[in-house]
Design a protein around this ligand. Sequence first.
Ligand SMILES: [Zn+2]
Length: 238
Amino acid sequence: MTEFVLEKKSGWEYYHLPELTAAGIIHGFFTRRSPSSVFDKEEGRAFLDAFSLEDAIALQQEHGQEIHVADNGDRPGRGDGILLARRGIAGVIKTADCLCVVLADPAFPMAVIVHAGWRGTLKKITTKALNMMVERGAARQRMIALFGPSIRGCCYEVGPEVCDAFMHEGFPEDVFSRRNDRLFLDLAKANGELLKDEGIRAVHDVGICTYCSGGVFASYRRGARNERQVNFVAIKDR
Ligand SMILES: [Zn+2]
């Protein structure tokens, strides 16, 4: 299920779900044709202006499961998720193969953005994000999940120890595929499994593999070492 569109806005190019944007949750999965930093002085200003934002928050990501609640104006340090209840503040996650997951309840409104590589997925950061939203008053039946571009089952070869760890955590075997004695992990499928029985309204997957994207997205496994793409979500200012 994808109804994402590729949009261009003052030099920024990104995928978004128009239905969710119209409902007041602004978000984007930027391509490499966009500036890669939203914290650089010039680009940062341009980013905030383009999306009518007051501020943007990013973390020192560390493949963990720490999710910060951005509600009192403090600047979180390390972590892999940002929960937003205040308007006009963007939570930013940078990726280059890992999956960015956004969850939003547009009517409440509340949103969360997480960084889910294999380690974060194994630690079920997406489940944690959902539970944090529900604890704070968001409703499962209104909740929409978005999966951004990431390395996919076509290209994400992993070792048997990764598969063993996932089996140990109760993931179904079909989040992996086997081809010519090689093992591939599908991060989107694994995170889909985490959300499957949670009673949320919809999961929308942009369905793009960063490794196969022909350079439209940065891929760590394709050689991007310092380059990351920006993913963000924010509750629109009234
Ligand atoms: Zn691929």
